[in-house]
Design a protein around this ligand. Structure first.
Ligand code: ASP
Length: 306
């Protein structure tokens, strides 16, 4: 039962529960009109203390497509947080106005804190460099739709693996399925955090770390490119030095598998050349589309409508 649950971490739901959401999203893809009034009278709160394009707008699109409504704010400046109100008090207040909350916040752990005070289901829409579980649902749906499985895959994560919360969440989620292998491709300074490697080791999941994409590109079933997370750097000079560490172009894709799936949570800055966009293996704009369907499915499950 997913009714009234929170989604804070990518592994909060069992693989069966996750599959329920993904299967419901697949039903919605087939016949979106049959879901168009299931959330009549329901309100989603979108509390965004940090910038967003896709996550916020796809949540808002999702609730509207289900016949519900949406209220919220797009930056902390326009909420009472700017007057010094605590996150706990904001969440307690908003719980009176809405049936479900999607919140993005720059602090790691803020979603867990908020869930202690929320009286309605709370969805983590990104907490600092920590987790982004609804991007993970989007990524899982994209993988399932293209590969028809979530198992036996070699997944390469490339770019800023230190601060990239979508990488942390997807690694957590994909490590639950049998025989997936991970290749982490990053400069030394942007390596995947130690705690994630320790979790993989504890589960006996196979992984390796490399610096050069070219060394491993032919082995990958999925290439998950990421942006260097400028807003998490303490020092602009380090960002400038590292920002163009990887730029995927057609030349680099020469040795890749014919059925490679290229994913990116977006926004893209420089790390994928636009010439790659017309390659049928480039799935990042498909991901954007799936993001709405999977968030529709998640809302329906948390509200207990389906
Ligand atoms: N949109 C994703 C996130 O919010 C990825 C990114 O910003 O690079 O984490």
């Amino acid at each position: 039962m997913l009714k009234n649950r929170n989604l804070i971490n990518a592994d909060d739901f069992t693989t069966e529960e996750t599959l329920e959401i993904l299967n419901l999203a697949q039903d919605i893809i087939k016949s979106p009109e049959s879901f168009s009034d299931l959330c009549n009278g329901k309100i989603l709160g979108t509390l965004f203390f940090e910038p967003s394009t896709r996550t916020r707008l796809s949540f808002e699109s999702a609730i509207h497509r289900l016949g519900g409504d949406c209220i919220g704010f797009t930056e902390s400046k326009s909420s009472s947080a700017a007057k010094g109100e605590s996150l706990a008090d904001t969440i307690r207040t908003v719980s009176n106005y809405v049936d479900v909350i999607a919140m993005r916040h720059p602090n790691e752990g803020s979603a867990t804190l908020a869930s202690d005070y929320a009286e309605v289901p709370l969805i983590n829409a990104g907490d600092g460099g920590h987790q982004h579980p609804t991007q993970t649902l989007t990524d899982l749906l994209t993988i399932l739709e293209t590969k028809d499985t979530l198992e036996n895959l070699t997944i390469g994560f490339c770019g800023d693996l230190k601060f990239g919360r979508t990488v942390h969440s997807l690694t957590k989620a994909m490590s639950k399925y049998p025989n997936n292998k991970f290749i982490f491709i990053s400069p030394e300074e942007l390596q995947i955090p130690r705690y994630i490697k320790m979790q993989l080791e504890a589960k006996g999941v196979e992984f390796k770390e490399v610096e050069k994409l070219q060394e491993v590109i032919d082995k990958l079933d999925i290439l998950y490119m990421t942006r260097v997370q400028r807003e998490r750097f303490f020092n602009e000079a380090d960002y400038i030095r590292l920002k163009d560490s990887y730029i995927l172009d057609n030349k680099k894709l020469k040795n890749a598998k014919k059925d490679l799936a290229i994913l990116h949570p977006l926004p893209r800055v420089n790390e994928i050349s636009t010439e790659v966009d017309s390659d049928p293996r480039a799935l990042y704009f498909k991901q954007v589309k799936y993001g709405v369907f999977v968030r529709m499915a998640l809302i329906l499950k948390l509200l207990g409508v389906r």
